[in-house]
Design a protein around this ligand. Sequence first.
Ligand code: NAD
Ligand code: UFG
Length: 340
Amino acid sequence: MSTVLVTGGAGYIGSHTVIELHNNGYDIVIVDNFYNSKPEVLNRLETITGKRFPFYKVDCCDKDALRKVFEENEIDSIIHFAGLKAVGESVRIPLKYYKNNIDSLINTVELAGEYKVRKLVFSSSATVYGMSEDVPFTEESPLGVCTNPYGWTKWMIEQILRDYSVSDPDMKICLLRYFNPVGAHESGLIGEDPRGIPNNLFPYISKVAGGTLAQLTIFGDDYDTPDGTCVRDYIHVTDLATGHVKAIEYLGKCEENVCVFNLGTGNGTSVKEAVAAFEKACGHEIPHVFGPRRPGDIAVSYAATDKAADKLGFTARYNIDDMCSSCWKWQTMNPDGLPD
Ligand code: NAD
Ligand code: UFG
């Protein structure tokens, strides 16, 4: 069976994708520098799958170290998750974001070219659609103006990969634009484990539900949406992981050099609805207050899902209640996240 190199495979989405790849018969090699993850993830993956995956503690920005991974393994395809992703931090330290996200991608692609790896999947984001209000976003929607350096790294890397594909038409590249990944593995053994105070809604709600944080602030209740709060397309991380397996399969048979897919559910959920769903899952109230809008937030974002359904055969299986209950299970089993 073919071997998939998963960069950033110790991270939130990467670790869930490793499980789905394994369940579908792939061999896996994981690379991560643990910048935003912990070695304990590898133990948890072993508990879940019964397999210890080959692992390299390597920074993808270190090309010589990364070369060793290509040298020692017969890699058939790559899923490149490695990257920094905190929107606010990217505004404070933009050069670190540009350097890490772009250097790590370029090294990975250069080595892929050198070692004749023919399939590459890249973690892009719905953030590339910018501030447009023309929802649902289809893969043909124009790319927008990003509101932060993190978003621009995704935008730029999409362009870099399009340019690269012209120079190496044998490489098949898939850009996956994630909407809002949430939830955790059904075992409760792995999930989203942010360092410090979370920025994103679900990790924040989880900490409030678990009693570590006192209350949630809902950023804005005067948007032009049914209940005044922002609407997002939350997708269960296990569904997202399945989307990556479908993307790898698709790259094995597609005609085009670069393909682009949204990964979302196509359903919008408001912040108020998300809070209510989480309250149902945890069985008690989530204390919350309303605050001002957060700069850079758009009112509504959700995916057109037809292309992923038609071409990848991908449709999300889990709904918002499943997302909340898996999040809550992960939170109650790991109130302080994974041990160091
Ligand atoms: P994450 O931080 O949990 O995982 C990323 C992993 O990459 C971490 O384990 C980190 O240690 C590692 N990493 C970072 N830079 C590295 C480098 N130079 N070399 C080796 N390893 C490195 O984040 P995630 O939520 O799993 O996101 C995975 C990818 O998906 C990222 O590229 C992210 O930008 C993208 N994405 C995430 C979201 C989201 O909401 N979570 C949305 C859209 C896109
Ligand atoms: N929100 C709150 N309170 C909080 C945190 C979030 O009200 O404490 C609200 C936000 O204002 C937003 C919604 O919850 O309306 C979702 O916010 P998140 O931060 O969870 O997610 P975003 O939609 O802002 O961003 C996510 C990813 C980014 C990605 C973007 C677009 O975190 O990486 O989607 O794909 F770029």
